[in-house]
Design a protein around this ligand. Sequence first.
Ligand code: NAD
Length: 362
Amino acid sequence: MRVGVPKEIKVHEYRVGLTPEAVREYISAGHAVVIETGAGAGISAPDAAYEAVGARIVASAAEVFAEADMIVKVKEPQPGEWAQLREGQILFTYLHLAPDPAQAAGLVESGVTAIAYETVTDRFGGLPLLAPMSEVAGRLAIEAAAVSLKRPAGGRGMLIGGVPGVPPARVVVIGGGVVGTHAARMAAGLGADVVILDRSLPRLRQLDELFGGRVRTRFSTLDAIETEIFAADVVIGAVLIPGAAAPRLVSRAQLSGMKRGAVLVDVAIDQGGCFETSRATTHADPTYEVDGVIHYCVANMPGAVPLTSSYALNNATLPFGLALAAKGLDAIRSDPHLAAGLNIHRGDITNAPVAASLQKPY
Ligand code: NAD
């Protein structure tokens, strides 16, 4: 199969669909790979790195779209890209179609077969192509908190791990899934005093085993949340109710009970945020203050580390991409998890929740 990778064109998107290492895997499996010049610039992968593993570099995205049987990307296609897709071509990327009827219409119109990373499943009931970005965001959340806790950033002027003789920061993680676990791991690694709250008792048991007593676990009630946030230096919002907006777990009124200069990092902001006072921010201007509490609410946290994120994403997408390249649509027919990723096929919306959100037939 001919596999194509255009340069990402969404604003401030520096990741790339295939790393040179992933390209080498496609080439050694007998496929041809065509890359738009500069596609790897954001991860310090020059054209020469792709050529060295056998890819062909072309001057424009138009050539990639014209030549490839399968397009591998990171972000959803932009309007100028929809127009270049065609029937019989496979698109493998994040789509997030539910809140984006214009894109859905564009893809339906194109006739393309679109597989969305975010709806591919695994046998454990997880979302294997979403998890790597949650891992990245969870770890970044503690880096963001450490920066914001410093006095020049408006924070309490505190070192997250303390020093001998001075206590570390108290870090409260609400939601002990992928984001929360990775945030807790980073915070504990820096020496912080960490507690994770979750509504799932089985999950709390797993976390207790995982951290071996190094991190406290607590069942997430309104009362437990209030008690913990009032004592916190850092609060990480990491909850998810699949398919729903994030629940609002911390009200504006509660901010007055928190320490001045404490930091809220709302990773769940991409689902609307779990603090009443959250509003989405950007890497260019990531924080703001409400009632003396610093808020960090960047909606695309992994975008700050495109090199790590591209490799993490490629590790997860590679087996699925290779299967698609080898078997085409038969890969979807023979793998229910890949089939769960099929969102649009030849003008039809083929994912029930996506169709329901868009109020379209399924
Ligand atoms: P996950 O499903 O792995 O974990 C969510 C956890 O929240 C689950 O363990 C669940 O039991 C728990 N939960 C639900 N309601 C709760 C409550 N009331 N109190 C405490 N815990 C509760 O999800 P995840 O992959 O960790 O993602 C978490 C959030 O981070 C999602 O909204 C996701 O979209 C978001 N995210 C944001 C970015 C970003 O750049 N901002 C990046 C990746 C993920």
